[in-house]
Design a protein around this ligand. Structure first.
Ligand SMILES: O=P(O)(O)OC[C@H]1O[C@H](O[C@H]2O[C@H](CO)[C@@H](O)[C@H](O)[C@H]2O)[C@H](O)[C@@H](O)[C@@H]1O
Length: 386
């Protein structure tokens, strides 16, 4: 056994003592110490103590600033209006926006003309696009006429529903076979087998790029349910590969408290990130996958990877749909259509909106666009070849 000199032994004991004192006296400071700090090799000085306090204060301020930033964007989250240009009155601002993002209904002829010789592939978001925004996420049913319009679209064009929702849940709302369903922001893709490159036997395509996160998401869901139970109106939704924390029914005074609770859970999971939708905080794996990547995957699955013979059309209303709009813009192919009643910063080319405050009227525009597309397809099939 190695003999330790008396002096050395004493120093070791002193150092050990320092560590213990640090734990007991500084309480919260322990959290800022990396595990390696528990083997301190020199006595803990007053200067070290001061530094630790400063570090702790800095971390607390940083966390506070983060929460403030979260709450600011929570306030802006529904709808995310374009930052007002001080020089433009509201009406001029709207006019200038509509010039850059004209109505997809008024530009309908140009849109279908661009599809000449190409296959139109339809991508549709669910909440706020096919169903109206309602307070209870479990009650976001798709209107009957919308389902009929969607059924016709899917009979005439390859069609995908791309949503932040869990795939099974959105299927239960839509209840239509023959479509592709991309749930969990595209991290759970399933579709019919026909003309599909990735089909497994007769099962059709199934693609889940975040499957390893499943246990972690379940754990986080449980933790969030427990943490947020004290906040009236907060609702946590398990979307399989991501989790939604809804604050639509939470009093604005409690938003900071809710954000703090979500942050404290998320701090334990560096492999998860936070994004925002309409009055919802979304927790997702940090993998490079989103609705845009899902759109590209689906085009490839349909055999249009690098093809010029396709015209993808994506209709959506939310921040997460911007990833898909951007893909289309970057490819210089197809069109993004933003559903919104107010001007928003967007990568979409067109908009579907009504000046009215009535949300259902906006959805009427989506339905109208889908109907016109089907009518045009039927007519063009009947037209004699030139
Ligand atoms: O990609 P989406 O289909 O738009 O899904 C995004 C989120 O949609 C749902 O929440 C939104 O709609 C709810 C029902 O109208 C509304 O109560 C909520 O405030 C909206 O954010 C869904 O419940 C979320 O899980 C999705 O992340």
């Amino acid at each position: 056994m190695q003999r330790i000199g008396k002096k050395k032994k004493l120093r070791r004991m002193t150092n050990q003592q320092n560590v213990v004192v640090l734990d007991v006296k500084l309480h919260g400071v322990r959290n800022v110490l990396p595990p390696s700090s528990l083997t301190v090799t020199k006595p803990f000085s007053a200067q070290d103590f001061k530094m630790l306090l400063m570090k702790k204060r800095f971390e607390t301020e940083k966390a506070g600033a983060k929460i403030n930033a979260w709450v600011d964007s929570m306030r802006a989250s529904s709808p995310t209006r374009i930052k007002s240009t001080a020089s433009l009155p509201e009406n001029d601002e709207k006019t200038s926006w509509i010039v850059h993002h004209p109505s997809a209904l008024s530009m309908f002829e140009q849109i279908v003309a661009a599809s000449n010789g190409k296959q139109i592939v339809m991508f549709l978001d669910y909440d706020g696009t096919l169903s109206p925004i309602v307070e209870d996420p479990d009650q976001a049913f798709m209107p009957r006429e919308m389902r009929a319009a969607l059924r016709d679209v899917a009979r005439n064009f390859p069609t995908a529903i791309v949503t932040g929702r869990c795939r099974d849940k959105v299927y239960n709302f839509v209840k239509l076979a023959g479509l592709y369903y991309a749930g969990s922001h595209g991290m759970d893709i399933k579709g019919p087998s026909k003309s599909c490159k990735y089909k497994k036997g007769n099962q059709g395509v199934l693609f889940q790029p975040a499957s390893e996160f499943l246990p972690m998401i379940d754990e986080v869901y449980q933790a969030l349910v427990e943490k947020t139970i004290s906040i009236p109106g907060a609702k946590v939704e398990n979307n399989k590969f991501c989790v939604s924390v809804h604050f639509r029914c939470v009093d604005e005074k409690s938003w900071a408290a809710l954000a703090e609770k979500v942050r404290s859970v998320l701090n334990e999971y560096p492999k998860l990130k936070l994004t925002q939708g309409r009055k919802v905080l979304e927790i997702r794996p940090t993998i490079k996958w989103d609705k845009g990547r899902a759109l590209e995957f689906l085009l490839e699955a349909l055999g249009y990877a690098n093809s010029k013979d396709v015209l993808p059309v994506y209709i959506g209303d939310d921040q997460s749909d911007e990833d898909a709009f951007k893909v289309l813009r970057d490819r210089g192919q197809g069109f993004g259509i933003l559903v919104s009643k107010v001007p928003k910063e967007t990568n979409a080319s067109y908009s579907l909106q009504e000046p009215s405050e009535e949300r259902s009227l906006i959805l009427a525009c989506v339905k109208e666009f889908l109907r016109r597309l089907v009518d045009w397809k039927k007519l063009s099939q009947r037209a004699p070849a030139p």
